[in-house]
Design a binder for this molecule. Structure first.
Ligand code: CO
Length: 683
């Protein structure tokens, strides 16, 4: 295809004769942020961006988006990378092209409103570390949440791009809330705030081409700053939407390099370049130069991430999004979470209930973090509600939203839901109406104090201030106080190719069980499949064999450390009281370890063996223990919150189902728990 194209162009001598466009469409490339965030959960590593950075720098992009959004979270949490180092590295390689980031206004790059002191420091440090363009949005389109960050962006002399989140309540623009006037008014607000550019942020690809034409045309007539369009491909409309927006005079369009394009990501740049060839809006980009970048991405980079791509569907278009308005990142999160909870078969119930939950919560746009808030609450309602008792398990974030801590919703919140959710809410049962950050206590000084032995500079402190649990863990890895687990390490191209090869052979029925040579401790490694779960077992090759360790090989093993143990001095799991149990000599699969056995592995007190004389509080879903609201010996009343469990980035309050005394706590703050693990016992 490429050859044919090049020959034709050579015949026409088009490149030489290509006239310079009067008003070229400017392009922002999103490959290194929204591209991999949409397609493979933001797992792209810095080392895999460097090989294409300089080539991309020479294309002529208006800007490249390389940071913000979920990158701050995933770099430190899943990749053991310093998010600030990512930014500084990109700045070194992109010498000609401005860098852009996605800033969630007062939510910064997290999932809640941070206090003003943290917000100011974050923007200052981001500018200092090399950011040029701050694409700023608020999930509720409540621009009071822009005030603090915009002041800092301007003070640093950087580009403030104000976004309006585009959302709908029906199939097309209009209706009572999200109509043309709504968007024009929002754009005027942004112009008044000093926006250098104004972006229509269409997170779920809902903007229909003819609506885009009307919207862009009206915006160009109403406000002065250049108009920028960010429209995800999800529904399949975006290439048409782009073209109509260009006809209406849009100034800047967002695209991705083709290997990172389409599906829930963005349209590719190459077809747009050719579409506009020789017109008054020609981008002027060389398709050949773009293709060279694509070859590198396709052959050297993407094979390492293929296993993360969702290839469960043949269709690259999600028509459902036009019905349930769910952006891509949220979709993959919901699917993952339901899968972990063994409830993937209920996904359709979640889709069905989602519009109602959204309406109850004030018809909020579905964008981070409101997409997560609405999505997870819907999952909770589907899994835990009964007909007469709805909103039975509400996340902390839903409570905060009902209280007004995220800002003002476009439509009022369902008062019945609001009242139920705010019952016993510690800040008060009466919602606020002021700018949310006005009631938030400063946090920066406390954060500095908390990590004074760990943080080398303000950047470190901010990692902790934004993400206390995972941030602290990362800082320990960063300064060598703890070894990062194997699961955080990068995969090499060789490994990826080997794995792919293995999968191909397995599919062809060519794989036979094979034991590895004995290791230095005289153990052989076997892979055993039990009920679809893959266990890696190391077996002493003598009679009778002894299973020394059985850990799920596909996910990070949960840290089942007893409360009094210090992880820093914790011996490798295999050296702790080995589970001695009869194991099969060969093909017969190993018995699934009893739940108690796993607990006994690390906890001599075996607290989960005790629920006979107490009422356990079990984890209703896999997650991380954030904090305990009660301690051992405390009196607990039915309905009291005992423990806060983080799952899917949302905090869930687990409440006592009975009154009594808190007898035992089996996990520490920061520990990972699996579904049905007994977190504590009330006696
Ligand atoms: Co996006």
């Amino acid at each position: 295809m490429t050859d044919h194209f090049q020959v034709k162009m050579a015949e026409m001598n088009f490149e030489a004769d290509r006239p310079k466009a009067e008003n070229p469409v400017k392009i922002m490339d999103l490959t290194l942020r929204d591209g991999h965030q949409s397609l493979f959960a933001t797992r792209g590593r810095t080392e895999d961006m460097i090989p294409v950075a300089e080539m991309m720098d020479n294309i002529g992009f208006w800007a490249v988006e390389v940071w913000g959004g979920a990158t701050f979270d995933t770099t430190h949490r899943f990749l053991n990378e310093d998010p600030w180092e990512r930014l500084r590295t990109m700045k070194r390689y992109f010498k000609n092209t401005p860098l852009s980031m996605l800033l969630r206004a007062q939510n910064l790059v997290g999932y809640r409103n941070y206090p003003d002191d943290v917000a100011k420091a974050f923007v200052q440090r981001t500018a200092e570390n090399g950011m040029d363009i701050f694409r700023t949005f608020d999930a509720l389109n409540d621009f009071r949440n822009f005030e603090t960050v915009v002041k800092e962006i301007k003070a640093a002399g950087k580009h403030f791009q104000g976004c309006v989140c585009y959302t709908l309540t029906g199939p097309r623009m209009g209706g009572e809330i999200y109509n043309l006037e709504f968007y024009l008014n929002k754009a005027k607000e942004l112009e008044d705030m000093g926006a250098d550019t104004i972006c229509i942020k269409d997170m779920a690809g809902l903007l229909a081409p003819y609506d885009a034409f009307d919207l862009v045309k009206a915006l160009k007539e109403t406000v002065k700053p250049p108009i920028h369009l960010h429209s995800h491909f999800t529904s399949g409309m975006s290439p048409m939407t782009h073209l109509k927006a260009i006809e209406a005079g849009v100034d800047i369009i967002d695209t991705c390099m083709s290997p990172y394009a389409y599906r829930t990501s963005h349209a590719a740049i190459e077809p747009l370049v050719v579409t506009l060839y020789g017109t008054s809006r020609d981008t002027g980009f060389s398709v050949k130069a773009l293709d060279e970048i694509n070859q590198k991405l396709e052959n050297d980079i993407l094979p390492k991430y293929k296993h993360l791509l969702d290839d469960s569907k043949v269709s690259i278009i999600d028509t459902n999004v036009l019905l349930h308005q769910t952006p891509g990142g949220m979709l993959s999160n919901l699917v993952n979470q339901l899968r972990e909870m063994d409830a993937l078969d209920r996904i359709n119930e979640v889709y069905e209930l989602l519009p109602k939950v959204r309406k109850d919560l004030g018809q909020v746009p579905l964008v981070t973090p409101t997409s997560q808030i609405v999505g997870i609450q819907t999952v909770n309602n589907v899994l835990f509600d009964s007909e007469n008792d709805t909103y039975k398990m509400t996340t902390q974030q839903v409570k905060d939203l009902c209280y007004g801590l995220y800002g003002k919703t476009a439509a009022p919140i369902n008062p019945d839901v609001q009242k139920k959710v705010l019952k016993g809410y510690p800040r008060g049962e009466e919602p606020i109406t002021c700018r949310p950050a006005e009631i938030l206590e400063p946090e920066l000084e406390k954060a500095k104090e908390d990590v004074k032995d760990l943080a080398a500079d303000l950047d470190d402190v901010l990692i902790y201030a934004l993400y206390p649990t995972t941030g602290k863990k990362f800082l320990k890895y960063k300064y060598g106080l703890e070894d990062p687990p194997e699961s955080l390490k990068a995969k090499t191209l060789e490994q990826a190719k080997k794995e792919e090869d293995l999968v191909r052979k397995a599919r062809a029925g060519k794989v036979v069980a094979k034991k590895t040579p004995e290791d230095e401790e005289g153990l052989r490694k076997f892979t055993v499949v039990v009920d679809d779960e893959v266990f890696e077992v190391r077996v002493e090759d003598k009679n009778p064999p002894v299973i020394m360790q059985a850990a799920p090989a596909l996910s990070a093993p949960p840290a089942h450390a007893a409360p009094q143990q210090d992880t820093q001095t914790q011996a490798p799991a295999r050296q702790q009281a080995p589970v001695r149990q009869a194991a099969p000599t060969s093909p017969k699969p190993a018995p699934k370890p009893a739940p108690d056995a796993k607990a006994a592995d690390a906890k001599p007190a075996a607290p989960s063996a005790a629920p006979a004389d107490g009422t356990p509080i079990k984890a209703p879903m896999p997650g991380t223990v954030i904090r305990f609201e009660k301690k051992v010996g405390d009196t607990v009343n039915e309905g009291d919150t005992v423990v806060i469990l983080e799952a899917m980035k949302m905090e869930n309050s687990l409440t006592a189902t009975t009154s009594g005394t808190l007898k035992s706590i089996n996990y520490r703050e920061g520990d990972a728990v699996a579904k049905n693990d007994v977190i504590c016992v009330i006696g």
